[in-house]
Design a protein around this ligand. Structure first.
Ligand code: PMP
Length: 427
């Protein structure tokens, strides 16, 4: 492997953990496949969430990026920038938020930081409600609202955060309840919490927890929360960094499964929209977005090259109905994986929506998390030419599947066959 890993260890922080015993050096990609420095080809079942929403080396995006790079690469803060305005217009319309304003950042973390800045300024409170087991990024304030404490490198916090039940449906004290009773129990928990607090600024939540293991609450939970929040004037921030852009198949945004009482006040997005270029952003209604007293600048947020990538990517996505593809191919893949899992004592559950699929592993015959099995399956899948992810609470026992949204039925079948073999590593 050309000694690159050893060089990486010598210069990088120890906590910068990479996947696999011998990490992969990716050299190039095409469609749903990537290649490593040793010439091995892998079907990419995880790049979709990490970065590549649509396809590796999508010609439309490559062309837009190189043409824009050949014209001008600049910041977006002091001068007008056509791709940025055009992408903002499209996202404002798609967001479902009335009178929407869009602010671009370079990552999901910064997007959530900006959302916190807005909510705390708007409400003049630094108290935030977040979900247990949540993940919102790596900055000081983002780790302060991350309920998945495996991802909290510090116990210090600039915010006062209160954690709410509801993000994880399948485990925890309310796991045995019906959907309706689950929602009622979570709402009662939220109301109880609000009885003991100062005025909270916002509730931030992922509609489906990503890093937390692709766990989703019953549809309507956040609509029920919203009614309570509205009574207190508390804002709802929907972190769509993983659930946005039609990945769940059913909806363009995750919040739409909870739409009964309207859209969130603030929506954050990132990852896939740039198809690998670093774009993040915040959408909020004008009254909230404009509550800051001073300019909030991100030098490279909205830079012309990333915006050109986002525009080309979004156009391709909409023209090719990739949300519909996520629904169709994801639906088939989930069924196929459930069939495979039926023969494995180590699989507790196959869950998911569209092309956001989790396989939770346990020690056979128990309900205990099995991180060693997840690591072993990841290695076995790699040996079979398939890249997948993992996540889920303190013990990362959930295999995560989030391919580019252009995944074909044949590729889904290919990946499922590799997984069928790889899952033996968990037995
Ligand atoms: N929110 C969610 C739901 C995420 O999954 C992530 C990244 N895993 C982030 C925020 C942070 O995004 P970024 O890594 O681009 O800062």
């Amino acid at each position: 492997m050309s000694g690159l890993y050893e060089r990486h260890l010598a210069v990088s922080p120890e906590w910068l953990a990479l996947y696999y015993r011998h990490p992969i050096e990716l050299t190039h990609g095409e469609g749903r496949y990537v290649w490593d420095a040793d010439g091995n080809r892998y079907l990419d079942f995880f790049g979709g969430i990490l970065t590549t929403m649509t396809a590796h080396a999508l010609p439309e995006v490559t062309k837009a990026v190189s043409e824009q790079a050949g014209r001008i690469i600049h910041s977006s803060t002091l001068y007008l920038n056509r791709p940025m305005v055009e992408l903002a217009e499209r996202i404002a319309t798609l967001s479902g938020i009335p009178d929407a304003r869009v602010f671009f950042t370079t990552s999901g973390t910064e997007a959530n930081d900006t959302a916190l800045l807005l909510a705390t300024a708007y409400r003049r409170s630094n108290q935030i409600l977040a979900m247990r087991n949540s993940y919102h990024g790596r900055s000081f304030s983002a780790v302060s609202i991350t309920g998945n404490h495996a991802w909290s490198p510090t116990t210090l916090s600039p915010l006062q955060t209160l954690y709410v039940h509801g993000g994880v449906r399948t485990r925890g004290p309310y796991a045995e309840l019906s959907d309706d009773r689950f929602i009622r129990a979570c709402v009662a928990d939220l109301e109880d919490l609000l009885g003991h607090t100062r005025e909270a600024a916002a509730l931030i939540a992922e509609p489906i927890q990503g890093v937390g293991g692709f766990t989703s609450p019953p549809d309507g939970l956040f609509a029920a929360f919203r009614q309570v929040l509205d009574r207190h004037g508390i804002l709802w921030i929907s972190d769509e960094v993983q659930t946005g852009w039609g990945r769940t198949g059913e909806h363009f945004w995750g919040w739409q499964a909870h739409a009964e009482h309207g859209p969130p006040d603030i929506l954050t997005f990132a990852k896939g929209i740039g198809n690998g270029m670093s774009i993040g952003g915040v959408v909020a209604r004008a009254e909230v977005m404009n509550c800051l007293d001073a300019n909030s600048i991100s030098t490279f947020g909205g830079s012309p090259v990333t915006m050109a990538a986002g525009l080309a990517n979004l156009s391709y996505h909409l023209e090719h109905d990739l949300q519909g593809n996520a629904r169709r191919v994801g639906g088939l893949l989930i069924e196929r994986l459930r069939g495979i899992a039926a023969g494995s004592a180590a699989v507790r559950e196959v869950r998911g929506r569209g092309l956001m699929i989790g396989i939770e592993l346990v020690k056979p015959g128990t309900d205990e998390a099995h991180p060693e099995a997840a690591a072993a399956v990841l290695e076995a899948a790699r040996a079979g030419g398939l890249l997948i992810g993992k996540g889920g609470g303190h013990n990362t026992s959930v295999l995560r599947i989030a391919p580019p949204l252009t995944l074909t039925v044949a590729e889904a079948e290919e990946g499922a066959s590799v997984l069928a073999d790889a899952l033996h590593a968990a037995d």
